[in-house]
Design a binder for this molecule. Structure first.
Ligand code: AMP
Ligand code: MN
Ligand code: MN
Ligand code: MN
Length: 288
């Protein structure tokens, strides 16, 4: 208790439930997050706010605070990016908000892409993927390539997720389908008009040069972005250092999160990631 008064409990602002490609339902996810010693959480499913209200109620019962959040897919110079919106001022349940309608559109693009990937794997590689993805496309989950990777593993076409991406899904493989996502600019405008706190997710993972990443972060900051995700579960120290440098240069706050998906991957649990550098402003402090 005394320690908690001096150092705020861990904030984990990047978590997935089975509303998208996480394994746990929002309630079960919050129970695990609470057990991991997290005091402030954000549910950030891909392109959906659907689990947020349930997660927030479950968290309250566990003495944990959970923010509504969403990890939005967008495009920038042909690169697929993820931008996290935290604590939007619109209700996650309001299906008529501009944010909800934007997310609905992205989910439609996701369904079309997954169907196109299944078609390509069927015609180019002879895998029976149309039938395999039908149940996924018919249910309420936000479909992702991680679901497809799991389906390919289950059907014996890949050893693990990395193998599924390497063999079938990544650029240059038979199941690669480039998608036309909404632009970064449009995505930032939608999140800003919804009153969300805006974080660029895992900047270290984008495969661009240092100069182009610097331009991306500049456009992100100029378009209303507020923080970079400086510390993510499983991140290498040199990646953390280079993203921290970008946050300083562009005067952005710093976010942290596990990007937790699956309790079957024990080395990446909720709440586990490196501490943020002391000189950066934790974006969590704006949200507590
Ligand atoms: P999508 O958003 O549909 O492109 O699906 C990508 C999701 O797959 C990510 O959000 C990650 O959860 C997961 N993933 C796991 N391994 C990889 C990988 N090697 N490349 C891309 N995505 C991966
Ligand atoms: Mn994911
Ligand atoms: Mn992501
Ligand atoms: Mn994520």
């Amino acid at each position: 208790m005394i320690a908690a008064m001096h150092s705020p409990a861990i904030a984990d602002l990047h978590l997935h439930s089975d509303v998208s490609d996480g394994v746990l339902a929002p309630q079960a996810l919050m129970a695990l997050v609470a057990r991991q010693g997290v005091g402030l959480a954000a549910l950030t499913d891909h392109d959906s706010l659907e689990g947020c209200t349930i997660a927030q109620h479950a968290a309250a019962e566990l003495g944990l605070r959970c923010l509504a959040g969403v990890e939005v897919t967008c495009g920038w110079r042909g690169q697929e990016l993820h931008v996290i919106g935290l604590a939007p001022k619109v209700s996650p349940l309001d299906e008529t908000s501009t944010l909800s309608r934007h997310l609905d559109h992205v989910r439609t693009l996701r369904r079309l892409r997954l169907q196109a990937i299944a078609d390509r794997l069927e015609t180019k590689a002879g895998l029976p993927t149309r039938a395999l993805v039908a149940p996924l496309l018919a249910d309420r989950r936000v479909p992702t390539r991680l679901h497809l990777a799991r389906i390919l593993i289950e059907a014996g076409h890949a050893r693990d997720v990395a193998d599924a991406f390497d063999r079938w899904l990544s650029r240059g493989r038979p199941g690669h389908v480039p998608a036309e996502w909404p632009t970064l600019e449009a995505t930032l405008a939608v999140l800003q008009s919804a009153g969300a706190t805006i974080v660029l997710a895992h900047p270290h993972r984008y495969r661009v040069s240092a100069g182009v990443l610097n331009q991306l972060v500049g456009e992100f900051a100029g378009g209303g972005g507020q923080a970079l995700e400086v510390s993510v579960g499983g991140m290498a120290r040199n990646d953390l250092d280079r993203i921290a440098t970008l946050a300083r240069r562009h005067r952005l706050a710093a976010s942290c999160g596990s990007d937790f998906h699956d309790p079957g991957i024990p080395w990446n649990p909720p709440g586990r990631f490196a501490k943020l550098p002391d000189d950066l402003e934790p974006v969590a402090d704006r949200l507590r």
